[in-house]
Design a binder for this molecule. Structure first.
Ligand code: IMP
Ligand code: MG
Length: 181
C-alpha cells in the first residue's frame, strides 16, 4: 500500500536492493587488496538507511563515520548555503574515504563536503550517491558511484524526508506537490 501523500512509487524495495548490491560490487572491485579499512562517511540524515544496507552488501573492510550538514530547513528548494552541524570524529589523513549521500541535486552539498575533506589529506576520496537529479545541477561534481538517475521530482522514503517525514518508507516515491506547496 502506497502512502497517501505520495503520487507514485519511483523505486521499489527490490529495485533499491538490487542496485545497492551492484554498487557494493563496484566498490569491492575498486578496493580489492587495500590495506586499511575504507572509511565510509555518511551524510546525515538522509543517507542513514542507504549506508546501512550498502555496508552490509560490501565485502571490503570498512569503518563508518557520519557528518551532518544542512542546506534546506523545511523547504523543498536548497538555500544554496551549507552549514556543518556535525563533523566526523576520525582523522582521515592517508585514508581511503567514500562519502555516502542520499541524493545529488544542485551538487552544492557534495562539492562543499568534497572540498572540505580534501584539505584533510586523505589518500583517496570518492563520492557515492543513491540518487541523481541531473536537471537541477548548479555545481559540477563527479560522483563515482551513482545508484539511479531520476527526473526532477521531489522524492521521499528510504532515508529521504520532507520536513523530517517519510524517512522510514522502504521504497522511494514522488511526493504529491500539494503536500509541499
Ligand atoms: P544539493 O546540495 O542540492 O545537491 O542537495 C542535496 C540534499 O538535498 C540531499 O542530501 C537531500 O537532503 C536534499 N534533497 C534534494 N532533493 C531531494 C528530494 O527530492 N527529496 C528529499 N531530499 C532532497
Ligand atoms: Mg541529505
Amino acid at each position: 500500500m502506497i502512502h497517501d501523500d505520495l503520487q507514485c512509487v519511483l523505486l521499489t524495495e527490490q529495485d533499491i536492493k538490487e542496485r545497492v548490491e551492484e554498487l557494493a560490487a563496484m566498490i569491492d572491485g575498486d578496493f580489492e587488496g587495500s590495506e586499511r579499512p575504507v572509511l565510509m562517511i555518511g551524510v546525515l540524515k538522509g543517507s542513514f538507511i542507504f549506508i546501512a544496507d550498502l555496508m552490509r552488501a560490501l565485502k571490503t573492510d570498512c569503518s563508518v563515520d557520519f557528518m551532518a550538514v544542512s542546506s534546506y530547513g523545511a523547504k523543498s528548494e536548497t538555500s544554496g548555503q551549507v552549514r556543518i552541524l556535525k563533523d566526523i570524529g576520525e582523522n582521515i589523513e592517508g585514508r581511503d574515504v567514500i562519502v555516502i549521500e542520499d541524493i545529488l541535486d544542485s551538487g552544492i552539498t557534495l562539492s562543499y563536503i568534497l572540498e572540505l575533506l580534501k584539505t584533510r589529506k586523505p589518500n583517496s576520496i570518492k563520492l557515492c550517491a543513491l540518487l541523481d537529479k541531473p536537471d537541477r545541477r548548479k555545481t559540477q561534481v563527479e560522483v563515482q558511484y551513482k545508484g539511479f538517475i531520476i527526473p526532477d521530482e521531489f522524492v521521499v522514503g528510504y532515508g529521504l524526508d520532507f520536513a523530517e517525514k517519510y524517512r522510514g518508507l522502504p521504497y522511494i516515491g514522488v511526493l504529491k506537490p500539494s503536500v509541499y506547496k
